[in-house]
Design a protein around this ligand. Sequence first.
Ligand SMILES: NC(=O)c1ccc[n+]([C@@H]2O[C@H](COP(=O)([O-])OP(=O)(O)OC[C@H]3O[C@@H](n4cnc5c(N)ncnc54)[C@H](O)[C@@H]3O)[C@@H](O)[C@H]2O)c1
Length: 350
Amino acid sequence: MKKYGLGIIGFGGMGYYHCQEIAKDERLFISGIYDINENRTKFAKEQNINVYSSAEALLADKNVNIVLVATPNNFHKEYSIAALRAKKAVICEKPVTVCSSDLEDIIKVAEEEGCIFTIHQNRRMDKDYLLVKEAYEKGSLGNIFSIESRVHGARGVPDGWRQYKVAGGGMLLDWGVHLIDQIMNMLPEKVVSVYTHMFSIKYPEVDDYFKLMLRFESGKSAQIEVGTCNFIAMPRWYVCGDNGTMIVENWSCDGKIVRSKETEEHWEEDIVYTKAGPTKTMAPRRKETTEEIPLVEPDTDYTRSYKAIIDALEGNGKPLVDPKEALRVVKVIEATFESFETGKVVETNI
Ligand SMILES: NC(=O)c1ccc[n+]([C@@H]2O[C@H](COP(=O)([O-])OP(=O)(O)OC[C@H]3O[C@@H](n4cnc5c(N)ncnc54)[C@H](O)[C@@H]3O)[C@@H](O)[C@H]2O)c1
């Protein structure tokens, strides 16, 4: 069995996470890391991880087959291109780049060098997302026309580079990229318009809260919201189909589907008297006309992305994330910033 060496550039929170994850795959080993921060290199040495003195030294090492770029976002392009030029396969952290022209440049170099380039969009493996995707694909709610996807925290933007524009900080690039990628991975359609409301509530340089509406070619709608000032969190997913509704409360997959058991809709004559007066439209349905299906937490495997890249290196299949898919996501992010700056809906063909 051939073993593949992985060199990590940027050994912060995510770099170390990758170290732990790849230890689960016997075909991979850590060749070493490079980081500009002495505390992080000291920490790596304490873990018996080899430390390179420079990125050039890491890239020159023949034992490094795959380079993982896990620096702040503004360095992704430079390191990805250097690694591809050194004939390495590259996994780049998300958001792959802060603008689409940077990603186009990387894709061009990957094609010129004939090297694999992929992006770590690990939230495609999140269990809550897999449940919604399954409901979409199986038609469990009928025809899904509206998807709301949210993450809500109350701790603001973490200290460090995420608070600075120059580093590619802000929540649209940090969390938005995951949520947009999930939706675009699920709906195989073009995005035809983008509209946002974006805030810098406590961090003046970057967005720390946004709401984003995406409209797809068929008219389907997705609302994406990332908040860092939500002391009460809303459900992770709220999905509407023409035959049912799904709520996924959280990453543990608490939630349910409630759907119609009737083949034909019929109106009941009763008027319901609520504390806010009488209503027919908003009266609850009779219990026997619907069924409630509890959600079953699916299995997942976050190491699939490493397996896929090794398989691709051995000529079997492709990495999980095609950079051209990431390019669509980056273009939606660009359109979102444009919508914020102009205050208008941006018509797109993405
Ligand atoms: N896929 C995910 O779920 C996920 C989660 C967290 C972070 N990320 C991504 O991973 C990347 C790193 O995020 P993090 O949370 O680990 O940040 P971090 O601040 O914890 O780590 C970044 C590391 O990069 C080092 N660094 C900075 N500039 C460098 C340079 N020029 N050359 C080499 N090293 C440099 C820093 O010293 C630090 O150790 C970001 O792109 C982020 O978006 C992805």
